[in-house]
Design a protein around this ligand. Structure first.
Ligand code: NDP
Ligand code: AKG
Ligand code: MG
Length: 473
């Protein structure tokens, strides 16, 4: 079945039932060490996860690691350009849950992202990236503890689908000609716009199915959070990209107010209900004026539309959501993407789950990680209906590779997410405690040490792993 790798002789497969993992006591879990600093981070991660499982379950549970290859080391083993060998894909498909270090993607040309390819091949449509603060972590932000968000990033479409044509390529030029001469003139709203003849072209597909399955998972997660964190914010640039990013927002609201009607309230609905609660005699038009500050300057048609919106909300959900009942529901709101970058800094405690499309989520996850300690503290999971691959937010950080220096925190915390996904909460809790206590005792790698006041002597990557294990208690 495999060409150059052999699965462990002990252990069993994780399977999936209705999208949930069914985990044996001794699961076989494939791992990709990764390029660049993967060589430092992976051994540290494996050591910490093994120690936590051994301590939590005293030998009754154990992970059998199965080394599989991707990136540079795959080319070393399988031959030139064999960046993502079939063996690796077969192993991940067979064993269902995997964990990986970072993989290199060249800019401008060369291979497309192996990271993105894995997400697409296994339809891992949800990228989950929690950004939470561990006490004692130095941060450039004054109140990093106020940020506690989980980014739910759509993981398979948007411009990451990778359908692009290089400037000057034959098909790219044909496409521009076709658009300029036929499709754009046939679309009156585009007026006399034309695409520059020397442009590269990329396609940005955002589908209803892709958007709604992502938002569905985000809302399901919100249902499990404490009441004060039960909120999902749809992040988009829909003012500019109306039929892609704007549609993501609309489809998100549509899903929330149909599939989760009893569990959710939208921000606009909460305003309408709240206005009526404060003044039972408020007319529909007065209510409409209060939810839309520019109401009086709108056209009659637009005014009528908003009055109708108010009427529909009051007719359909007053009974289930009115008289303050909406305060017990999951709040679904939306924010423009550029605004959310400043909001997570200026009003971090107002946000909880941020549901995004692929590109916005990529940007936002590095920005949010920076607030809580940097890319060394940014874990992640790529989750589909029958497979999950855990990986950090950061990349290969090549200048630090092989120096036993880099912070393994993000991949270790990705391992924590994997243990939680498997239901091995006791082991996950041990790692979180160990990592939290190591940081609280200023036992940290260079990235955090340099931000501490007064500065502390940094631990090596491997020493940080040992410190975490010592702090299991
Ligand atoms: N999922 C994946 O596998 C990903 C892969 N990549 C790929 O990685 C390669 C390198 O990308 P690059 O843009 O340099 O981004 P990286 O995320 O690899 O690194 C950028 C900088 O972030 C800091 N950093 C990254 N990881 C850590 C860590 N574990 N601990 C502490 N600090 C960290 C370092 O800053 P400093 O030097 O200031 O300390 C580093 O120089 C590219 O080929 C890119 O495509 C990128 C993102 C995700
Ligand atoms: O695949 C890559 O090289 C980059 C991906 C990335 O930045 C991310 O998923 O956060
Ligand atoms: Mg990224």
């Amino acid at each position: 079945m495999y060409d150059k790798i052999t699965p462990p002789t002990t252990g069993a497969k994780i399977t999936f039932k209705n999208g949930e993992p069914v985990v044996p006591e001794n699961p076989i879990i494939p791992f990709i060490q990764g390029d660049g600093t993967g060589i430092d981070i992976w051994p540290a991660t494996e050591k910490v996860l093994n120690a936590a499982v051994a301590k939590a379950y005293k030998g009754t549970r154990k992970i059998s690691w199965f080394r599989v290859y991707a990136g540079d080391e795959a080319c070393d083993l399988y031959g030139t350009y064999q960046y993502l060998p079939q063996d690796t894909l077969t192993a991940i498909e067979e064993y269902g849950v995997a964990i990986k270090g970072p993989l290199t993607t060249p800019v401008g040309g060369g291979i497309r992202s192996l990271n993105v390819a894995l997400r697409q091949i296994f339809d891992l449509y949800t990228c989950v990236r929690p950004c939470r603060y561990y006490a004692g972590t130095p941060s450039p932000h004054k109140t990093p503890e106020k940020l506690d968000v989980i980014i739910y990033r759509e993981n398979t479409e948007d411009i990451y689908l990778g359908i692009e044509w290089k400037q000057g390529s034959e098909i790219g030029d044909r496409l521009i000609k076709f658009l300029n001469e036929e499709l754009i003139p046939a679309t009156p709203e585009h007026g006399k716009k034309q695409i520059p003849l020397d442009a590269g072209i990329g396609i940005k597909p955002i589908s209803k199915t892709g958007s709604q399955r992502l938002v569905r998972r985000a809302i399901k997660h919100a249902l499990l959070l404490p009441k004060n964190k039960q909120q999902v914010t749809l992040v988009h640039k829909g003012n500019i990209m109306k039929y892609t990013e704007g549609a993501f927002r609309d489809w998100g609201y549509e899903l929330a107010t149909t599939e989760f009607r009893q569990e959710t309230v939208t921000e606009r609905e909460s305003w309408i209900l709240g206005n009526k609660e404060k003044n039972a005699n408020l007319s529909l038009e007065e209510n409409a004026r209060m939810i839309d500050p520019g109401f009086d300057s709108l056209t009659p048609e637009k005014k009528a539309q908003i009055v109708k919106e108010v009427e529909t909300v009051l007719n359909t959900i007053w009974e289930s959501h009115g008289n303050g009942k909406w305060k017990e529901k999951i709040m679904v709101n939306d924010r423009i993407a550029d605004s959310i970058f400043q909001q997570i800094q200026t009003r971090p405690d107002e946000y909880s789950i941020l549901a995004t499309m692929n590109l916005n989520g990529d940007y936002l996850s590095d920005a949010a990680a920076a607030i809580v300690g940097g890319l060394g503290m940014g874990p992640g999971a790529n989750i589909g209906d029958s497979c999950a691959i855990f990986e950090a937010t950061h990349g290969t950080a090549p200048k630090h590779a092989g120096l036993d220096k880099i912070n393994p925190g993000s991949v270790i915390l990705s391992g924590v997410m994997m243990l939680e996904f498997m239901g091995w909460q006791e082991a996950a809790d041990l790692v979180k405690k160990g990592l939290g206590d190591a940081i609280a005792n200023s036992q940290v790698t260079y990235d955090l040490a340099r931000l501490m006041e007064p500065p502390v002597k940094p631990l090596k990557c491997s020493e940080f792993a040992d410190a975490i294990i010592k702090h299991f208690g």
